[in-house]
Design a binder for this molecule. Structure first.
Ligand SMILES: [Zn+2]
Ligand SMILES: [Zn+2]
Length: 102
């Protein structure tokens, strides 16, 4: 059983690309299309990082993956941080995907 889906913010729903990718993500997540859901999640997270960087949330409290990224970031150089967008993509997914608390 999945944790609840968050309500995406208004600006996300107002963006045509976000809305389209979110619809794809939700269509997959509602059914059994795991590959389609993962591909839509990756596309939407990537778009959020590329187009909405200033709006991305901080680390989510209680999320084990956020805790890991945050600990890693504390020891990484500025150049490494600039190159590592997995952290950002993960946080972007908190805008629309359930938080898996393990
Ligand atoms: Zn967008
Ligand atoms: Zn997280």
């Amino acid at each position: 059983m999945l944790p609840p889906f968050p309500d995406p913010p208004r600006w996300l729903l107002a963006c045509g690309t976000c809305a389209e990718l979110l619809a794809r993500y939700r269509a997959g997540a509602g059914g059994r299309d795991r590959a389609g859901t993962l591909s839509a999640e990756s596309d939407l997270s990537g778009h959020l990082v590329a187009a909405h960087l200033a709006e991305l949330p901080g680390y989510a409290p209680g999320c084990p993956t956020c805790t890991e990224w945050q600990a890693g970031a504390a020891h990484a150089s500025a150049a490494t941080l600039a190159l590592a967008d997995s952290d950002l993509r993960h946080r972007a997914a908190h805008l629309f995907a359930p938080t898996l608390t393990g």
